[in-house]
Design a protein around this ligand. Structure first.
Ligand SMILES: Cc1ncc(COP(=O)(O)O)c(C=O)c1O
Length: 359
């Protein structure tokens, strides 16, 4: 089967050198060699996340650690701030786990404002909050800086952020922002295959977890941390070694590129796609909330997205349709991980050619 170059918001294209690393022979996961590997990865991730908090690695996709986060940090009640489908997922997880929770969902395409967060937290009803940093369904990137100022005023609230589609492409200064649980996945801006997730955990989140009676087992935050902190960087069950090797290798590539350079490249990629989208279509997302890693484009020309993607596929490319209720109204182009401007230029030229686009 001919490979299609992926411009979908996960899984993303994975560099050939990273794919090779996945076939490295296995080692025993209770060995000192494994501990050294996980410790090395932790130091690099702490660098990328601007934190000194311990980092959990999980052999699950990001949804697993989202479940860990809300389940292990809510005693009283959680408030879910949602800007789209993945924000709503936090609420579904809470309902499915029997966690008391409320949801505030804004109109899709816009973001959460500091006033909204303040309004809910000021009630004193909540001891946990969730926020999607970068909402992949709508292309909205929330403004962490100004929202963190509000969370700072409520020290009893544990704040969990979903950075699944932004970490590795956007600067997220976990400690400065005061994010208690910062969750991400391998298959987006980190440029790895799907199947691994990670989360940083603050002392406040750890203290809260001690008050939670039913933390489950596989996603028990304290059990996962016990194996890291007391058993020298181990994992309670069997880790996904191929992913762990690849993460170690890819983090070296990310740090070699330079964090600031990587974030600047993502801003440049986003700027390119946004200008292109505005030239021929319209942005779905309110522009001051537009994401640096994925652009959600309004189908203002009423094209058949299905036909477009089929034609792109013949040429070896794949983009993404709208998510959920936005299926017919929007389509999405991802610009993250190891992508270069030349990749996007090639893609947009093909789209212009297929659709015979003229300004
Ligand atoms: C913003 C966001 N949050 C959460 C998820 C769920 O992550 P995963 O598929 O790794 O479980 C996704 C997946 O696309 C996402 O884009």
């Amino acid at each position: 089967m001919k490979h299609k170059k992926l411009f979908i918001p996960g899984p993303v294209e994975v560099d050939e050198a990273v794919l090779q690393i996945l076939s490295t022979p296995m080692i025993g996961h209770r060995s000192s060699e494994y501990s050294e590997l996980q410790e090395r990865i932790t130091l690099k991730l702490q660098n990328l996340m601007y934190t000194t908090n311990p980092i959990i690695l999980s052999a699950s996709s990001g949804t697993g650690l989202m479940e860990m986060a809300i389940r292990c940090t809510t005693v009283k009640r959680a408030i879910v701030f949602s800007v789209g489908a993945f924000g709503n997922r936090w609420f579904e997880i809470a309902k499915g786990s029997g966690i008391p929770a409320d949801k505030h969902e804004v109109e899709w395409g816009t973001g959460i404002t500091p006033g909204i967060v303040d309004e809910y937290l000021a009630t004193g009803r909540y001891d946990a909050a969730t926020l999607t940093h970068n909402e992949t369904s709508t292309g909205v990137m929330n403004h962490l800086d100004e929202l963190s100022e509000v969370f700072r005023n409520y020290p009893d609230v544990v704040w969990c952020a979903d950075t699944v589609s932004s970490l590795g492409g956007v600067k997220i200064e976990v400690d400065r922002l005061g994010i208690d649980v910062c969750v991400s996945s391998s298959q987006k801006a980190l440029g790895l295959p799907p199947g691994l997730s990670l989360a940083s955990i603050s002392e406040k989140a750890q203290a809260r977890a001690k008050e939670v009676k039913n933390r489950g087992y596989y996603f028990d935050m304290l059990l996962l941390l016990k194996y890291i902190l007391e058993r020298n960087f181990q994992y309670p069950s069997t880790p996904s070694l191929p992913h762990i090797y690849a993460l170690d290798f890819q983090l070296d590539r990310i740090l070699k590129e330079g964090l600031e350079a990587r974030f600047a490249r993502h801003r440049e990629l986003a700027g390119y796609v946004r200008s292109w989208a505005k030239k021929y279509f319209k942005l779905f997302t309110q522009e001051d909330f537009a994401s640096d890693t994925v652009t959600c484009i309004r189908n203002s020309r009423d094209i058949s997205f299905k036909d477009l993607n089929a034609r792109l596929s013949e040429r070896g490319f794949m983009i993404s349709n709208g998510y959920g209720r936005l299926k017919e109204k929007t389509f999405r182009i991802a610009h993250m991980a190891d992508m270069q401007i030349s990749d996007l230029e090639e893609l947009t030229q093909h789209i212009e050619d297929i659709l015979q686009l003229r300004c």
